[in-house]
Design a protein around this ligand. Structure first.
Ligand SMILES: [Fe+2]
Ligand SMILES: [Fe+2]
Length: 308
């Protein structure tokens, strides 16, 4: 991690490369300089290798690479701060670990994994329990606990989908308990699965880009298809699956907000409002500037981030 860099250290790690200047040095060669970044911090870099400078010249913005070089004291900086002399820049491979480059949420992942497992265990309806156990297992589970729930708008950090889904289940259950006469198993299943298609809609790579499939189908359709596939495999009665799929299809509340059907059951309303309030509340955790009032793109209004 960049925070641990010391003068004399040889490094080879995945970092975000931010180019600030490319130019000609006094001896006729070329150079590129800028910043290397990861979640722990940033450090200036300089690079004199013509081939690498050409590679950096084509970048459109900060880009992740595997960078090798040596950490040195920057003799031109008055505070004797560090810089990296870059000697090698390779494209990342799919197996490279880039978790230290991705934004992290301020929540306890282990606690949320435990909560997820407890919610699943609380479901007594046989078909729903089997469906949840089947979906939240193996590679899908591993993917679910790291994927973000948004590219930018809400829960846009590693594990965001886990946190959001578990919190929606918690809020929805509290509402269900207060209101009463509700199929709580259906509420839990709907809450945990409402955004499951985001696993395929939003990639957990740098920048959390939308996938082609995600842009073409959207997470609501993909969530319904994932449930359909597993339910067919487990031979769950259609009537139960349809109730659950209705919650997923209507979770944005209205047709104008992207739901093909509007909420028609008590459980669907509960999950919809729990989803909405959880994504709104998450906007208050992403405040960065000094001004207590910040314009929020998702809600299209100024939000007040401090008590006056
Ligand atoms: Fe959604
Ligand atoms: Fe959601």
């Amino acid at each position: 991690m960049i925070n641990d860099f010391k003068a004399g250290l040889k490094i080879c790690q995945a970092v975000l490369v931010r180019v600030q200047k490319i130019g000609n040095s006094s001896n006729g060669g070329v150079f590129a300089r800028g910043l290397l970044e990861d979640n722990s911090g940033r450090v200036p870099f300089i690079c004199f290798e013509a081939g690498l400078v050409d590679k950096l010249r084509d970048l459109e913005g900060p880009t992740a690479f595997m960078v090798a070089g040596s950490v040195d004291i920057n003799k031109f900086a008055s505070d004797m701060s560090l810089q990296v002399i870059v000697q090698k820049i390779d494209n990342l491979l799919p197996q490279d670990d880039i978790r230290h480059l991705l934004p992290r949420g301020d929540f306890n992942e282990e606690e949320y994994k435990r909560k997820l497992s407890n919610y699943i265990k609380a479901v007594r309806t046989p078909g729903l329990r089997a469906l949840l156990e089947n979906i939240f297992s193996g590679a899908t589970y591993e993917h679910f606990v790291v994927n973000p729930a948004g590219m930018r708008l809400h829960h846009a950090y590693i594990g965001g989908l886990l946190q959001h889904s578990v919190d929606v289940a918690g809020i929805a259950l509290a509402l269900a308990e207060q209101i009463g006469d509700m199929d709580k198993d259906l509420v839990i299943a709907g809450a945990l699965l409402h955004d499951i298609g985001k696993l395929k809609e939003i990639s957990s790579n740098i920048g959390f880009p939308y996938t082609n499939e995600g842009r073409l189908l959207g997470h609501i359709s993909m969530s319904v298809l994932m449930v359909q596939e597993v339910a067919a495999k487990l031979k769950i009665p259609a009537v139960r699956v349809e109730q659950l799929q209705h919650i997923i299809l209507s979770h944005h509340g209205e047709n104008e907000k992207g739901s093909p059907v509007a909420c028609a059951t008590k459980e669907a309303f509960i999950v919809h409002y729990a989803d909405e309030i959880d994504s709104i509340m998450n906007q208050f955790n992403t405040h960065e500037g000094k001004n207590p009032w910040e314009f929020n793109k998702m809600l299209q209004r100024f939000l007040l981030h401090e008590r006056l």
